[in-house]
Design a protein around this ligand. Structure first.
Ligand code: SI3
Length: 328
């Protein structure tokens, strides 16, 4: 009875939709997490990028490189600073240890987060759907009042179980299941998830920013990504154009976003480069990444800055003094 009540509380939450920024974890020059800029970061996302949902401690946030206590502190700070400003704060609680994942899930519930997400454990991996569901079910059960999302990112986890297969019967096993964060380019799998399960009102959140328009056509209900930290406004313009059925404008916006992402991908793009770009665009110091990642090079930052300017994503006025952090 109690479990039924709790899981029906989870279903009362508003659906997660629209853009969700995968937050960067700000760090000091000494490599400690820097909670002091999170208030400013929330205001920036809402005020300058029009992004009101966040996904904390995921890939972009170096979640798996943080200690459990750091992850808790960050989750708390994001929830506190986001109160009455953000629509939803989803905490990624995936870990290699089931126990740690459960502790983080419980903690997310205690601090008043709006949902939790979990990636597949990627060292001792699940062999099949049954193994994966068993793990996810135990984590979800630690926070029975919170909406639960599966975070599919096979290129990083190496767990390639198709999401379409995973969704079959998932709510019978995980009553709080509310959707998937799909960070993969397999639009056949993504499309089949939407086609077969949309009547369940799941959130289908796409995670490949440069291909979002294709996923919208397939029925994506939202998107979680790293570039929404600094290209949120542009991506929102694309969503609005798509919404009013102006496909030609939507495509122009997507191509413009692709021009930037394509450019940085060719230079070498990842979590470190994302941190540097966010520092550049927002003026909020994101600091260095944590080892084994290395800071973005000065050459990368200079080229990214020129490209941002040429595409109109950055004006001279936006540039703040002293916000360039480089390795050389
Ligand atoms: C592999 C990776 O980091 N993918 C990013 C994308 O936003 C990606 O940076 C973007 O599409 C550019 O390729 C997100 O899917 C990751 C994400 O949402 C997260 O940080 O949890």
């Amino acid at each position: 009875m109690i479990f039924y009540l709790l899981s029906s509380m989870a279903s009362q939450k508003k659906n997660l939709q629209g853009l969700v920024a995968a937050t960067i974890t700000p760090m000091t020059e000494h490599g400690e997490i820097n909670l002091s800029v999170i208030g400013q970061y929330v205001d920036y996302l809402v005020g300058k990028q029009g992004v009101k949902n966040i996904f904390v401690n995921g890939t972009t946030g170096e979640g798996l490189s943080l200690s459990i206590s750091e992850r808790r502190l960050l989750a708390e700070e994001w929830v506190i600073k986001g109160r009455n400003k953000l629509d939803q704060v989803v905490i990624h609680v995936g870990a290699l240890s089931l126990k740690e994942s459960q502790q983080l899930a419980q903690h997310a519930a205690e601090i008043g987060a709006d949902g939790i997400a979990v990636i597949a454990p990627f060292f001792l991996k699940p062999r099949d759907k049954g193994d994966l569901i068993a793990f996810l079910r135990e984590v979800a059960a630690a926070a029975p009042a919170l909406p639960f999302y599966y975070y599919h990112i096979p290129a990083l986890t190496g767990v390639k179980i198709r999401v379409e297969e995973l969704l079959d019967g998932i709510q019978e096993q995980i009553p709080t299941f509310r959707g998937v964060k799909f960070s993969d380019t397999d639009l056949l799998d993504f499309g089949q998830c939407v086609d077969q399960y949309r009547q369940r009102q799941f959130a289908f959140l796409f995670g490949v920013d440069e291909q979002l328009l294709s996923a919208l056509v397939m029925g994506a209900t939202g998107a979680v990504g790293s570039t929404y930290n600094y290209l949120g406004q542009k991506t929102n313009q694309m969503l609005e154009a798509y919404e009013r059925k102006d496909l030609s404008s939507a495509l122009d916006h997507q191509f413009c976003i692709q021009r930037f992402i394509n450019f940085v991908v060719k230079l070498g793009f990842g979590v470190s480069q994302n941190k540097a770009i966010m520092t550049l665009v927002s003026g909020i110091p994101m600091g260095p990444p944590r080892l084994p990642l290395q800071r973005a090079s000065k050459e990368f930052i200079d080229k990214a800055e020129a490209k941002l300017k040429s595409l109109g994503f950055l004006s001279f006025r936006d540039l703040k003094d002293g916000n360039l952090e480089t390795s050389s």
